[in-house]
Design a protein around this ligand. Structure first.
Ligand SMILES: C[S@@+](CC[C@H](N)C(=O)[O-])C[C@H]1O[C@@H](n2cnc3c(N)ncnc32)[C@H](O)[C@@H]1O
Length: 239
């Protein structure tokens, strides 16, 4: 039986150097949470560095493998294996988060992370998605998700990763980035801001004077995807 389903983002990392780069970008700490460990390629290195490792894996076939492979670590309480959906994870504050994440739910993972408290997350995404998170205005990669990420995180680009580092070889390259929570916009009403953001980007071909009531005069002739996040925040506050 084939043990992976590319459709569910199950391409497995095979390059130890890349795993080491990801782990060296995490910080020291007590606890680390891994999203989607698969067969545990990253997990084995995490266990060398952290006293408490929690992994959340949704596929029971991988969970069975992990339970056998890391039996001793589970017995000694260093490793907790959770069979479940990370998007439903309700755990406590984590020091560090790591994951070569399933590409088809990248946006949902970023949204989920925005609701969690952690020190630093080191994540591997499809390179195109990583570009979106850090895109500049007036480029095709600049989307609602770019602004959402800016509102929630400090983002750093770490490394582009060739598709040849995975098995099976996917059709695209990947990229490692890091996210840190920030609280730069404590005055924002988040539910309202997200609704407005969605509404503005759903009409991104229109000039803002035709999208927003009482649009500030300096933005009236612009389209939403021409404005930098700093200006969009003013719109989210003002409207
Ligand atoms: C790209 S693979 C990476 C596997 C492993 N970390 C590696 O690098 O070899 C993504 C993993 O996430 C798991 N996964 C997919 N959706 C998930 C979800 N919602 N919650 C937790 N794990 C998930 C998949 O089963 C798979 O093991």
């Amino acid at each position: 039986m084939k043990l992976y389903t590319e459709k569910y983002g199950q391409v497995l990392l095979r390059d130890k150097n890349i795993a080491q780069i990801e782990i060296s970008n995490l910080e020291e700490g007590e606890k680390v949470l891994e999203i989607g460990p698969g067969e545990g390629f990253l997990t084995q290195f995490l266990l060398e560095k952290y006293p408490k490792v929690t992994v959340v894996e949704s596929d029971h076939r991988f969970v069975d493998i992990l339970r056998v492979k890391f039996f001793d670590y589970v017995e000694h309480g260093q490793l907790e294996i959770i069979h479940g959906d990370f998007l439903e994870y309700e755990g406590l504050v984590q020091d560090q988060i790591i994951g070569n994440v399933p590409y088809h739910i990248s946006s949902k993972i970023v949204q989920k992370l925005s609701t969690m408290k952690f020190n630093k997350a080191v994540l591997m995404f499809q390179s195109e998605f990583a570009t979106t998170l850090m895109a500049k205005p007036s480029t095709k990669e600049y989307t609602r998700m770019t602004v959402f990420a800016y509102l929630n995180f400090n983002i750093e680009f770490i490394k582009l990763v060739s598709r040849n580092s995975f098995s099976p070889i996917p059709g695209v390259d990947s990229a490692i980035i890091s996210l840190r929570n920030h609280d730069n916009f404590p005055d924002l009403d988040w539910n309202l801001a997200e609704t407005k953001l969605r509404q503005m980007f759903s009409q991104k071909r229109k000039k803002l004077k035709n999208v927003i009531e009482n649009c500030p005069v300096q933005f009236q002739e612009n389209r939403i995807d021409q404005l930098p996040p700093e200006s969009i925040i003013n719109l989210l506050r003002n409207e």
